[in-house]
Design a protein around this ligand. Sequence first.
Ligand SMILES: Cc1cc2nc3c(=O)[nH]c(=O)nc-3n(C[C@H](O)[C@H](O)[C@H](O)COP(=O)(O)O)c2cc1C
Length: 172
Amino acid sequence: MSDFFSTIRRRHSVRQYQSDMPVETEKLHAVLECAVSAPSAGDLQAYQIGVVETPSQRLSLSHATGQDFVAEAPVCLIFCTDAERSALSFGDRGRDLYALQDATIAAAYAQLAATAADLATTWVGYFDSKEIARLLELPPALQPVALLTLGYAAEQPRATSRRQLDEVVFRR
Ligand SMILES: Cc1cc2nc3c(=O)[nH]c(=O)nc-3n(C[C@H](O)[C@H](O)[C@H](O)COP(=O)(O)O)c2cc1C
């Protein structure tokens, strides 16, 4: 396990995986435990996380994303909002904003936990939502909002540049 700041620095998207190296059950469990420890509006945790490991399902997911590496990664997590769960307490703000924040914060926690556990990841936001919902037989209440591929890297990830802080941060 690595220190938090080095985990942040080490995390880069990886799009080539060692397809013959599965993710250990304990590691996957630890990643999921970290995901659900994320903060959520009213502690409602208005999301569900799908876990896909079977090769045929991963191939179908890769078709729904148009991105081949999704089939190569041994695990794909699918973060889905459960908007009505948040709406029950928070109305439109829960439905339209908090559920999305809950699900994506959980995904971010999972991504960093995976990095700390020496797993490689990529956040995948481009996909056919209807096709993913059909493949995973999601109930209408669940909306897939982010996929996370997990596995062992088969490439050395490149660091990408970031905007300067003074471009991004404003003070009033
Ligand atoms: C909301 C969101 C959507 C993304 N969608 C995709 C995607 O569909 N396919 C992909 O290969 N990477 C995707 N990425 C990963 C970004 O391309 C990547 O994080 C960015 O280029 C910075 O590189 P780094 O992750 O190595 O720091 C997405 C990231 C985010 C946060």
